[in-house]
Design a protein around this ligand. Sequence first.
Ligand SMILES: Cc1ncc(C[n+]2csc(CCOP(=O)(O)OP(=O)(O)O)c2C)c(N)n1
Length: 252
Amino acid sequence: MSTIIIDPANLVYAKPELMNDEEMHYCPGCSHGVVHKLIAEVISEMDLREKTIGIAPVGCAVFAYNYLDIDWQEAAHGRAPALATAVKRLLPDRMVFTYQGDGDLAAIGTAETIHAANRGENIAIIFINNGIYGMTGGQMAPTTLPNMKTSTSPDGRDINENGHPLKILDLLAKLDGVCLATRQSVHTAASVKKAKRMIRKAFENSMENKGTSIVEIVSTCSSGWKMTPAQSNDWMVENMFPAYPLGDLKNI
Ligand SMILES: Cc1ncc(C[n+]2csc(CCOP(=O)(O)OP(=O)(O)O)c2C)c(N)n1
C-alpha cells in the first residue's frame, strides 16, 4: 500500500484545532456550524485561546460551549451582552465575544444589546440572523420577513399586525459606541472568507478596546423554513438579502 502525502498547500479543509470531536446537533444546512468553525480558526490564528471568553446564548447555539474548546459562560436568554459587559470590565485584557441568534439578540435581548452597544462595551457580538426562532420550533421572530410563513404566522407575517422586520444592525450602527457593524453570510466560499475577515476585525477591536463590534451573519434555517439546505440557500439569496443587504454599515 502506498502512503499518501498531503501537501498543506493543497488542503481543502482542516479541522480547526479548537474544535473538538463532539458530534454537532445542528440540522443539515444550518449556518451555525460554519460560523463556529470560523470563530475557532480566527481565535487560533490570533493566538487568543488563553485570552478568549465566549458568552453562549439560549437558542440553537446554546451548546456552542460543547464544540469549541475555549472558556465560556452561559447567559440567560438575551442577556449575553450584559454578561459580556461584566466579564470584559473585570478582565479587560481578554477577548470577549457573544454568540447570539436573532430571537436572543433582537427580541428578548433587545435592551441588553442596544445598551451594551451604546455604552461602547469592548466586546464582539456575533449575530446569527436566520429570521426565525429555530430551537423552539420555527416561531416568528422580529426579523421574520413580510409574508414569511412560520409556525406562529402560518398565513405569513402580516406587517400591519406584527410590524416590519427589525433591522437591528442598522439601529446599532448609528450608536456612537459601535466601531464595527457589518452584515455577512456563509453560503459560498467567497462569503465564508469575507465573514472570517470581519470576525477577525471584531476580535481585534475587542482586544484593542475600540468599542462594540457586531458581525451579523444572514443565515439559513432549513428545518424552521421547511426547505432542503439547497433550497434554503436560494431562498436566502432571493428573499433575505434584499431585506438584509450584505456589507459594512460602519467600520472605523
Ligand atoms: C426566558 C426565556 N424565554 C423563552 C425561552 C424559549 N426559547 C428558547 S430558544 C428561543 C428562541 C431562540 O431563537 P434564536 O435566538 O433566533 O436562535 P436560533 O435557535 O434560531 O438559533 C426561545 C424563545 C427561554 N429559554 N427562556
